[in-house]
Design a protein around this ligand. Structure first.
Ligand SMILES: Nc1ncnc2c1ncn2[C@@H]1O[C@H](COP(=O)(O)OP(=O)(O)OP(=O)(O)O)[C@@H](O)[C@H]1O
Ligand SMILES: [Mg+2]
Length: 310
């Protein structure tokens, strides 16, 4: 069953330098209990896609298309209705725990506040629930740690707190933005294990640069480049039979494959190249690629790619 279906989604920021086309004609769906990985280089629009789903972007942002969640177009409902969705249905674990947590508020209080905001529990019940949540994300001595401030927590523990806040309202869909960024290997694998456990019954959109993390957690993976999706398949197919030159380049830049970076830089989202957006960096580009923008095509059942030469 499809839980979330995004069609023709565009998110644009008008700026003095021009329009930033951060999300450009994205089609994507997430099934119940599925983990979908969203992968791409820095600045390609991953976080903006997450924030667009949550409707957390500033009001000058232009959004087009549809985001159907359990039959409702999230782009058409009122802010009050959207607040209910954020409280009960979809939660986003934000990219940077250090700036997302309030430094002058006790950790337990922050989780309790998130719970109270959405569930209307008493102060005391929310505090108890917050301690339960800290326990659920495996923070030792949760009732004591709940009284501490964020700076008393390590990076991995702060990330656990972010996960606890995300889970507090028992959402059906979690958008996790770089939940393992900046963590050392051991802590990273603990967070992966935790995410795997706590999202077993939930759907998750996992945003990451890290293909290793995606491989460990995702059922399907979507590769994003310069605001659009370029390949979309099961995790097995992405790793065993990547079709887009960008995907292959990304896999080649894995430490296990010799860390060969993709040459060049991603284009500015204000001035996108004609034709295929990846052509300036692609070893296989032809005249056609320079001229014409490729559509996403389904090469095999469920394996989509945006390349003339796949
Ligand atoms: N509020 C905004 N106004 C103008 N441009 C923005 C705004 N927010 C994001 N952008 C631009 O949109 C593009 C996509 O940003 P986004 O944060 O989604 O990238 P990302 O893929 O999440 O990168 P990273 O991997 O570094 O987190 C970037 O070029 C960014 O500068
Ligand atoms: Mg981001």
């Amino acid at each position: 069953m499809t839980l979330l279906r995004i069609s023709d989604l565009k998110t644009q920021f008008p700026t003095p330098d021009g329009i930033v086309r951060a999300v450009d004609t994205i089609d994507l769906s997430i099934r119940e209990r599925e983990t979908l990985g969203l992968i791409g280089e820095t600045g390609c629009g991953k976080t903006v896609l997450g924030l667009t789903i949550m409707r957390l972007l500033q009001s000058s942002t232009k959004t087009e298309g549809t985001i159907i969640y359990k039959g409702t177009n999230l782009l058409k409902i009122t802010e009050a209705e959207m607040r209910m969705i954020r409280g009960e249905e979809i939660a986003m674990i934000l990219q940077n725990p250090t700036t997302s947590l309030n430094p002058v508020m006790r950790v337990g209080g922050q989780i309790a506040e998130a719970i109270r905001l959405h569930q209307g529990l008493s102060k005391r019940a929310a505090k108890e629930k917050a301690i339960e949540m800290l326990d659920a994300v495996r923070i030792p001595s949760p009732s004591e740690r709940a009284n501490e401030y964020p700076h008393e927590f390590s990076g991995g523990m702060k990330q656990r707190v972010m996960i606890a806040i995300g889970l507090a309202c028992n959402p059906s869909l979690i958008i996790a933005d770089e939940p393992t960024k900046g963590l050392d290997v051991t802590i990273k694998s603990q967070i992966i294990k935790l995410l795997k456990e706590v999202t077993k019954e939930k759907a998750m959109l996992l945003i990451t640069h890290d293909l290793g993390v995606a491989r460990a957690l995702c059922d399907r993976i979507a590769l994003m480049y310069a605001g659009e999706l370029v390949e979309y398949a099961t995790t097995g197919e992405i790793f065993e039979d990547p079709l887009h030159p960008y995907t292959r380049g990304f896999l080649g830049s894995l430490p296990s494959n010799g860390l060969v970076p993709i040459p060049g830089m991603s284009p500015s989202l204000i001035n996108l190249p004609d034709g295929c957006r990846f052509h300036p960096r692609c070893g296989h580009a032809t005249e056609l690629c320079r001229r014409k923008h490729p559509d996403m095509i389904e090469i095999e059942n469920g394996h989509f790619v945006r390349c003339f030469h796949a």
